[in-house]
Write a protein that binds this ligand. Structure first.
Ligand SMILES: N[C@@H](CCC[C@H](N)C(=O)O)C(=O)O
Length: 276
């Protein structure tokens, strides 16, 4: 089977994006893992599969897979690339799109300046919604990692995040502690581990060790989760510029029961086809 795809990125978090509306696509976990390989495949952090939606009022459905082939619930940088993809490919002429993911509907909007703004939905904090083993919801939970207590804030943006505040994002032990947090037994479905440096009430630096993908140059849901965690801790204002290794995102959150808004770029690098 020959598969047409676009290679895209959002701040260096890179994607293979496949049109499953005009192509019949069947992908096993193994095939996704092979396609994701940086030496033997196309290479990506996540694969995005765009499909038709059967729900009235919803334009598309899109599925998200980590580079190991595991399917995940949500992807911030991916949602912006999804919107750019369906527009560029002529799958829609709408600039405001409603798209179903495995964890609800999100609303990307293509801006006149080339950025994409996404209503990422309402963040969740209850341990059962992460999922996280804890007796009750808290703003800060102590987590023992490498024999030391780390103060984490757990946030679900559809997918699970554990965010901690560090003195310096640059010097944070992301490669050492990231996998320990990702696979910590208190997170039965694993977790994305965020390391946030507070620069000011309106600016942070962030690195994220992503579940099943390792540290990426940027993580959109990780940025949403970090800003929400910082606001809940009383450290950040409502609108925050997030510096990632791949570039900047603007994240805003007006507080409890409100959706998180994310604005940033989405870039097509090339289109191609591959025999699978
Ligand atoms: N890069 C993404 C998040 C992708 C999914 C994540 N690795 C998970 O397993 O939850 C983003 O931009 O949000």
């Amino acid at each position: 089977m020959k598969l047409q795809f676009s290679k895209m990125h959002g701040l260096g978090n890179d994607f293979m994006v496949i049109d499953g509306v005009r192509q019949t696509v069947t992908l096993s976990k193994e095939t996704i893992g092979q396609l994701g390989h940086r030496n033997f495949g196309v290479g990506f952090d996540q694969l995005l599969l765009v499909e038709k939606s059967n729900t009235p009022g919803i334009d598309f459905r899109y599925r998200i897979f980590n580079c190991d082939g595991s399917e995940v619930e949500q992807c911030g940088n991916g949602s912006r690339c999804f919107a750019r993809f369906v527009f560029e490919q002529g799958l829609t002429n709408k600039t405001e799109i409603a798209v179903e993911t495995a964890k609800g509907v999100i609303y990307p909007k293509l801006e006149a300046d080339g950025n994409v703004t996404v209503n990422m939905g309402v963040p969740r904090f209850h341990p059962t919604e992460i999922p996280f083993q804890a007796p009750e919801e808290a703003i800060i939970d102590p987590l023992i990692v490498a024999g030391q207590v780390h103060d984490i804030s757990v946030v679900s943006m559809g997918n699970p995040h554990a965010v901690q505040v560090v003195q310096s994002a640059n010097d944070a032990p992301v490669a050492e502690h990231g996998p320990l947090i990702e696979n910590h037994p208190r997170f039965p479905q694993k977790v994305n581990a965020g390391f946030m440096e507070i620069v000011s009430r309106t600016e942070i630096r962030l690195r994220v060790f992503e579940r099943a993908a390792g540290e990426t140059l940027a993580c959109g849901t990780g940025a949403c989760a970090a800003v929400v965690a910082g606001i809940r801790r009383g450290l950040l204002d409502e609108s925050v510029l997030v510096h990632t290794r791949g570039g900047d995102l603007r994240i805003s959150w007006a507080g409890a029961a409100q959706p998180v808004m994310m604005t940033g770029p989405a870039v097509t690098v090339f289109t191609g086809s591959i025999d699978i």
